[in-house]
Design a protein around this ligand. Structure first.
Ligand code: SF4
Length: 124
């Protein structure tokens, strides 16, 4: 089961074990985390661009902060996994997959509307 928490960003959601931290993963010392379990459903988090930034960056309080987080997400190699994870888990805080809470709500609504329209078309 995936641990769902509002207080972490993908790259920092990995449980830290200070004894096994790798200095070679490119993170500043204060953001070091344990290597992820490669079989974990969330192993992709270790590759996120956000691993190089403080978690608070992804929980902004205004639009300027959202834009700053989005810029970090842009070009992230796991952007799609991150967005789908947040949508699937209904994470309603923070920037995930380059999308704010509002944007994720819109995506979910659009998907629900599309699914309803498809169902209606099939029933006709
Ligand atoms: S898309 Fe953004 S929040 Fe998600 S892993 Fe990449 S940098 Fe982190």
């Amino acid at each position: 089961m995936i641990k769902r928490t509002k207080a972490t960003t993908p790259a920092t959601a990995v449980t830290a074990d200070t004894e096994t931290r790798s200095a070679a993963n490119g993170r500043p010392p204060e953001l070091q985390t344990a290597p992820p379990d490669p079989d974990s459903e969330t192993a992709w988090m270790a590759d996120g661009n956000c691993r190089l930034h403080p978690p608070a960056t992804f929980f902004p309080s205004d639009g300027v902060g959202v834009d700053k987080a989005r810029k970090i997400c842009r070009g992230c190699p796991v952007l799609t996994q991150c967005l789908e994870y947040a949508l699937d888990a209904r994470i309603d805080h923070g920037v995930w997959g380059g999308c704010s809470e509002r944007e994720r709500r819109r995506i979910l609504k659009r998907r629900r509307d599309d699914a309803a329209a498809e169902l209606t078309a099939v029933e006709r």
